[in-house]
Ligand binder design. Structure first.
Ligand code: F0G
Length: 465
């Protein structure tokens, strides 16, 4: 693999540069646009027309090779990201790859959710089953490998908790140093503990995520530190690979819909790029519609689409208990818009109560996820109610984080302590019943057999009632 096999292309003005020529903030010096990584075989809208004479990879050979690598003992082959490296040649030497064997995540059926929604087919691609418990690992292995190959000693990010956990882990594996900026008091403890556990220099700033990004930008402009937020386009090359893996798991049958949560708004576009490249190469006959769901309290893309058709971003002061997506001024909103438009998907929002209900429902399927991931099911319900998703259409929800990432949220929910009185009052009687059936608070008893048996009898009667 040679560096010359890829370039960066500005998503706004189309300027192309060598990957090694990019500036420290990963933005076009002429128009401030973000970059896409493109290859000689890339197609519009995710690159220019293929270079004349560029050979498209042979798709039958690729499918065979990707399967074959599953039986290999090489770390890069065991990685569910690098197994697909033929479609993202971003490092010169695979020996530079930093991997924790990310990817290879399960695709679970959600029978109860499908039934409740009257759909035949709903699956969850559980990206929370990655080494640090979120989808960020798929992007971090890619971008951190590039950072290592380019000789960086330090990497940094601003984060709502998952990017920082992933970056800290991969930097530690590579023997590199990492700096994390997180909004003080506004991320889940499990995530904060991860960045400390993996040895990052963790800096809590008395601001929100958007404030952390501002400080980080100044830092990388001054020092030789690679920025690992999702404006770094190499992250998205790793984050596109779950699209390949999902299709492989579905025996190359393309679902009609893929639904993702939206925060800084990069992941939807990463998956869209993956699907679009597979389509261009002839691996699949069409692309799924990609829909992006935001929390109502952190809904700048949704608001912008409603209020000005997506012409301008309307930043918001973000506030949601789904702290992973508590972002008011998302960097990659234009990329997200492009993903919605090129695939024909929608943007929706979900309230705090809808997110909590969806999370409990995913938990009750024996799967679980963090609150931000549950917006996907909450959004699916709305898209079905609006008639945008039909009974026979196949849906994949991308669950981005593991349920253990934010156990405080789960405990508060089941104890009935999550919502304010005002929030409780606005829950519909029908949803109240659903919440009541799902809530499973711990029961505290004296360690006496009779007492325990009596309580169990009462509980079993309740279940059979
Ligand atoms: N789900 C989870 C669990 C996340 O951690 C994030 C983003 C998203 C969804 C949204 O993805 O930003 O590409 O739209 N977390 C970032 C972080 C911002 O710092 O961990 P996006």
């Amino acid at each position: 693999m040679k560096v010359a096999t890829h370039q960066l292309r500005c998503t706004e003005c189309g300027a192309r540069i060598a990957g090694s020529a990019v500036n420290s903030i990963f933005r076009c010096p002429d128009c401030n646009g973000l970059y896409d990584v493109i290859y000689p075989w890339s197609s519009t809208p995710y690159g220019d027309a293929p270079d004349s004479g560029s050979n498209l990879p042979n798709v039958s050979a690729l499918r065979w090779l990707w399967q074959e690598r599953r039986t290999s003992t090489l770390p890069v082959d065991q990685s569910g990201v690098w197994r697909f490296r033929d479609l993202f040649p971003i490092v010169e030497d695979v020996d530079h790859v930093v991997t924790l064997r990310e990817g290879n995540t399960p695709l679970y059926e959600l029978p109860r959710a499908s039934k409740a929604l009257g759909l035949n087919w709903v699956f969850a691609k559980h990206q929370g089953m990655n080494p640090t418990g979120s989808f960020k690992d798929t992007g971090m292995t890619a971008a951190l490998s590039v950072a290592r190959e380019r000789g960086f000693e330090w990497v940094a990010c601003a984060s709502t908790g998952n990017t920082s956990a992933a970056m800290a882990a991969y930097a530690a594996r590579a023997g590199m140093r990492s700096i994390v900026f997180i909004p003080e008091g506004k991320i889940a403890w499990g995530k904060l503990s991860q960045s400390m556990d993996y040895g990052a220099l963790t800096i809590q700033l008395r601001t929100d995520f958007d404030g952390c990004v501002r400080v980080l930008t100044d830092l990388v402009n001054e020092f030789p530190i690679m920025l690992l937020n999702s404006v770094n386009p190499y992250r998205l090359e790793g984050q596109k690979t779950p699209a390949f893996e999902m299709l492989e798991q579905l025996e190359w049958q393309v679902p009609e819909h893929v639904i993702v949560p939206g925060g800084n708004l990069a992941n939807g576009s990463a998956l869209a790029k993956g699907f679009s490249e597979m389509h261009h190469l002839g691996l699949i006959p069409r692309v799924p519609k990609i829909s992006i769901i935001q929390a109502e309290g952190a809904n700048p893309l949704y608001r912008s689409l409603v209020e000005n058709g997506g012409e301008e971003l309307i930043p918001v002061k973000a506030n949601t208990r789904a702290t992973a997506i508590r972002i008011g001024n998302p960097a990659s909103w234009r990329k997200a818009l492009r993903a919605l438009r090129t695939t024909g998907g929608w943007c929706e929002q979900a309230s705090e109560q809808e997110i909590a209900l969806a999370k409990a429902e995913i938990g009750a399927e024996g799967i679980g996820c963090e609150p931000a991931s549950a917006v996907t099911l909450a959004g699916l319900k709305k898209l079905v109610a609006q008639g945008k998703i039909g009974t026979d259409e196949r849906v994949v929800l991308v669950l981005t984080g593991h349920t253990l990432k934010d156990s405080n949220y789960t405990i508060d929910y089941h104890r009935g302590e999550l919502f304010t009185d005002e929030e409780n009052a606005s829950i519909s009687p029908q949803d109240h019943l659903l919440h009541a059936a799902l809530r499973k608070p711990p029961i505290v008893l004296e360690p006496d057999t009779d007492t325990v048996f009596r309580e169990l009898e009462a509980q079993m009667k309740l279940v059979h009632a």
